[in-house]
Write a protein that binds this ligand. Structure first.
Ligand code: SAM
Length: 232
């Protein structure tokens, strides 16, 4: 099975319980961080926004709630079960789901004012060169001057906190996620991707090398998550 098929299979398995399990495992912090990222993103303005790897659409819906009706928002994901689950919630007239692979976005060059991604960049990182090719694709569809807002788990700067966070991912997230969702593979994969992701400076550097500038970031909750904002 290709890696992409494997990831699609995982999200098919976890789609029904995904939001609830996330809220339990993060004690609701994921909701708060997405809202924060959406507020930062919406302030950037423009009329065409894209939330990539949108899943059940929590970030896209936060953006829709903050947008004027003239703004069009596309929620892209390659998992039909995740998008479908999201669309069962509140309907926004300016929010459009699209099934697509994040590395081959079905949009022309220089077309979007804003691109957001939340808790999915880790999925695009089987290797650094592959992550870079996704970031280049994101840069391609943004207008010059458009913004990229990335919310992701990160690496806490303090060694002890980092160790505890990795312990939590491995020893608590993995078994508890399995029990709550019924998907062993899903939460094994999640706990595997957390320690492997970059610290915020390394990720900022990746963005600078893939078509972005003016990269800034904020850390949250002792650095276990971070929001990066970058300009094309
Ligand atoms: C951890 S979920 C994050 C969902 C949502 N953004 C959130 O904040 O909860 C990751 C999502 O990325 C999607 N995904 C992973 N790799 C992808 C790819 N290469 N192309 C499109 N979607 C992808 C998965 O289907 C899944 O819905």
């Amino acid at each position: 099975m290709t890696l992409r098929k494997g990831v699609q299979k995982i999200y098919k398995e976890v789609a029904q319980t995904y939001e609830l399990v996330n809220h339990i495992l993060t004690l609701g912090l994921d909701v708060h961080w997405r809202k924060k990222a959406a507020r930062i993103a919406a302030q950037k303005g423009g009329s065409l926004w894209l939330d990539v790897c949108s899943g059940t659409g929590e970030m896209a819906q936060n953006l829709a709630a903050l947008s004027k009706e003239s703004v069009k928002i596309f929620a892209v994901d390659f998992s039909y079960p995740m998008l479908k689950k999201g669309m069962e919630k509140r309907d926004y007239p300016n929010l459009f789901p699209v099934i697509a692979e994040a590395g081959i976005l079905p949009f022309p060059d220089d077309s979007f004012d804003l691109l957001t991604i939340s808790f999915a960049t880790r999925n695009l990182n089987p290797r650094k060169e592959i992550l870079e090719s996704y970031m280049e694709e994101f840069s391609r569809i943004l207008k010059p001057g458009g913004y990229f807002v990335n919310l992701e788990t990160s690496q806490p700067p303090q060694k002890m906190v980092r160790k505890l966070f990795h312990f939590y991912a491995k020893r608590i997230v993995k078994p508890l996620g399995w029990i709550l969702s019924g998907s062993k593979a899903g939460y094994r994969y999640l706990s595997f991707t957390i320690p492997r992701f970059y610290d915020p400076d390394e990720f900022a550097q990746i963005l600078c090398q893939t078509g972005f500038s003016e990269v800034e970031y904020q850390r949250f909750f002792l650095g276990i998550s971070a929001i990066h904002v970058a300009k094309k």
